[in-house]
Design a protein around this ligand. Structure first.
Ligand code: FES
Ligand code: FES
Length: 214
């Protein structure tokens, strides 16, 4: 015969029982009938993506989940654009799309059908450097170089933004527009991280090119 203590539920038993009941309730009836059943995997959705990259027409068949960064690096072998964090935090993947700099890791390639995309390879070549590339060399604006393609694409866009009168958080007079200053450059380049700490030389390079343009 069972003693009262054998029937008594401990607090631990009660919690186990509660958790078990909850999981039974959470399983949809149809699936609960089939032991080990899982939802069937969905086939990837593939779309044709046409855009121009560095002045050249490109046509790719891409899984709609492919980022612009992976499309450039893995499908077009344009590995100048770097993958740093893949989370929009470092700026290493910066490219210029329809005149605006963006983080290529934060956007899907399929969202840029028909776009004009410029990567570091499209700005200049070893024999014919873009002025910003030449200024980075002149001012030692890099050490390991991993962040440099993103820094240069950003820097080119920064000068255009200032020229177009687009204000930043440190622009004092919104009517007069931004002027080229170290403060403006630092603020606008704050999305591009350099682990080697080449920041002051990067600012020098941008000021050099901006000054020449002015
Ligand atoms: Fe895109 Fe870091 S790799 S922001
Ligand atoms: Fe090395 Fe910027 S030069 S991370």
């Amino acid at each position: 015969m069972n003693t009262p203590s054998e029937f008594a539920l401990s607090r631990r038993d009660l919690l186990k029982l509660g958790a078990g009941s909850a999981s039974v309730i959470a399983i949809p009836t149809a699936m609960a009938d089939v032991p080990g059943a899982r939802e069937p995997a969905r086939a990837p959705v593939v779309e044709k993506v046409n855009f121009r990259v560095n002045g050249k027409k490109q046509s790719l068949q891409l899984d709609t989940r492919v980022t612009l960064l992976d499309a450039l690096r893995e499908h077009l072998q344009l590995t100048g654009t770097k993958k740093g964090c893949d989370h929009g935090q470092c700026g290493a993947c910066t490219v210029i799309v329809d005149g605006r700099r963006i983080n290529a890791c934060l956007t899907l390639a399929v969202m840029h059908k028909g776009a004009e995309i410029t990567t570091i390879e499209g700005l200049g070549s070893p024999d014919d450097l873009h002025p910003m590339q030449a200024a980075f060399v002149k001012h030692d604006g890099y050490q390991c170089g991993y962040c440099t393609p993103g820094q240069i694409c950003s820097a080119v866009s920064v000068l255009q933004e200032i020229k177009d009168g687009i204000p930043s958080h440190v622009t004092g007079d919104l009517q007069a527009g931004a002027t080229l200053s170290a403060e403006e450059i630092r603020e606008r380049m704050s999305g591009n991280i350099c682990r080697c700490g080449a920041y002051s030389n990067i600012v020098d390079a941008i000021e050099d090119v901006g000054g020449k343009r002015a």
